[in-house]
Design a protein around this ligand. Structure first.
Ligand code: UD1
Ligand code: MG
Length: 456
């Protein structure tokens, strides 16, 4: 939308969170509340976003993942109106100014775009979004006159018993005409219970100056839920989780237990994939079609092909090919390229390795810094010995190699294709193609030993 700019207030400490971390940096599904708000402002087509920072300003600035935002500094936190004053240079008389609080992470861009349209069609000096709540405790209340028009907003702490009975609250989302905002800020006082400059008083001031104050009642009150405490953070996270899970289900993903499935908004999942209970799917994870994920699996920045089965596993920053089977109890660490139809079984750790198509690592193995070919069988207890106490080294294993049980491959070492490694071997030298390598003490059978040992 043309001529729309946004100011996001994020200077407060959020003391009710009881946290060392500034409130707006608290996360929901791995994204800060502030980033959700900035994205919503952009989704509502704001052409520029200015974030007002104050409490732990540098930490807040550094904590923003969105780029291209401007900043204003509010050194002392003297209220929401005072915070907007600090962004005075950003306010333009002939533009509309969207004002958002950094602690309302659930609002959506489309709703803000709709608000801007209503604001313009009605020719308002300011438009505020209200919501009707069963429990309005803590919020500012919208006081209307007998004709139902806006009269003022009264903060919970300043409200009379009668006003506290009002269930229509101020969500803290407004669009101001730039000039009306600037002029009303100049008149703002701080005579109230908290001695703060309340942005909410600007609305009454615009009204008294003959401007129109529009009220848009939110269709979905959840969207404008303000987070002031950890309990509310958990509540907001629950709503966000439900929203994300619902979108995947509508796209053809089965989620067995949505209440126990945490999927970041950025994750992509293909059709007919089933997510079992207890999964945490994070970051830029992309899951193909017909997969079965979980139970109890954490995937962070993972790429899974189609038809992958992965259970009771932690997997990070890696790729897994079509039809692979992983877990239970596998640990895939960053930078692994695991091919199609590979099996990574129980108690197997793979790190910084390439595993070719059809290779099997079924049990109790460590495969680190390894380039493994196709159709290899790593026997139970195969260990790639990659660390000499100072440096890491790589292991190379060719196609169709058979690694017996309880084998150490001491890197740097290469086993060429088709070779067999006898169980219990510790391989320290390269192994040529198609041979059997045995590197262990030969078995001896000592007759008469027992009689001698135990003779009286
Ligand atoms: C505010 C509104 C209230 C509304 C509620 C909706 C005012 C006076 N009250 O109350 O009517 O119902 O939000 O959630 O506006 N901030 C600053 N600088 C300051 C103070 C606050 O940047 O000096 C920022 C905070 O970081 C926060 C936002 O403004 O992101 C809102 O502040 P908060 O203290 O949470 O206001 P509420 O008491 O929730
Ligand atoms: Mg708040």
């Amino acid at each position: 939308m043309e001529n729309l700019k946004a100011i996001v207030l994020a200077a407060g400490e959020g003391s009710r969170m009881k946290s060392k971390t500034p409130k707006v940096l608290h996360k929901i599904l791995n994204k800060t509340m502030l980033d959700y708000v900035i994205e919503a402002a952009r989704g509502g087509s704001a052409e520029a976003v200015c974030v007002v920072v104050g409490h732990k300003a540098e930490e807040v600035k550094a904590g923003i993942a969105c780029d291209g935002v401007g900043f204003a500094l509010q050194k002392e936190q003297k209220g929401t109106g005072h915070a907007v004053m600090m962004a005075a240079d950003f306010i333009e008389d002939d533009k509309d100014m969207l004002i958002l609080y950094g602690d309302t992470p659930l609002m959506q861009g489309e709703s803000l775009a709709r608000l801007a349209e209503i604001h313009r069609t009605e020719g308002n000096g300011v438009t505020v979004v209200s919501a009707v709540l069963d429990d309005p405790t803590g919020y500012g209340r919208i006081v209307r006159d007998s004709a139902g028009n806006f009269r003022k907003i009264v903060e919970h702490k300043d409200a009379s018993a009668e006003e506290r009975g009002i269930q229509e609250i101020n969500t803290g989302i407004y669009i101001f005409n730039g000039r009306a905002l600037r002029e009303s800020l100049q008149k703002l006082g701080n005579e109230n219970a908290q001695g703060e400059y309340y942005l909410t008083d600007c609305l009454e001031s615009i009204l008294l100056d003959g401007g129109r104050v529009g009220i848009v009642t939110a269709e979905d009150a959840d969207e404008f839920f303000g987070v002031n405490s950890r309990v509310q953070l958990a509540e907001a996270a629950g709503i966000m989780r439900e929203r994300v899970n619902r979108k995947h289900m509508e796209n053809g993903v089965t989620i067995i237990d949505p209440a126990n499935t945490c999927i970041d908004p950025s994750v992509k999942i293909g059709m007919d994939t089933v997510i079992l209970p207890g999964c945490v799917l994070e970051g830029d994870t992309v899951i193909g079609e017909d997969c079965e994920v979980g139970p109890h699996t954490r995937l962070t920045d993972m790429k899974l092909g189609n038809g992958v089965k992965i259970q009771q596993t932690v997997a990070l920053e890696s790729e897994i090919g079509d039809g692979a089977v992983v877990g239970p109890f596998a640990y895939i660490r960053p930078n692994c390229h695991i091919g199609n139809r590979v099996k990574v079984g129980d108690f197997v750790e793979v790190k910084n390795s390439t595993i070719g198509d059809g290779t099997k690592i079924p049990h109790l193995s460590y495969v680190g810094d390894t380039d493994a070919g196709e159709r290899i069988n790593f026997g139970c207890g195969s260990i790639m010995v990659n660390y000499d106490g100072k440096k890491k080294h790589r292991t190379t294993v060719g196609n169709d190699v058979f690694v017996g049980c309880n084998v150490n491959l001491v890197a740097p070492v290469t086993v060429e294709q088709g070779a067999y490694i006898a169980a219990g071997s510790t391989i320290t030298k390269d192994v040529p193609e198609d041979v059997l390598a045995v590197a262990r003490a030969r078995q001896q059978v000592i007759k008469g030993w027992k009689e001698k040992r135990f003779e009286k």
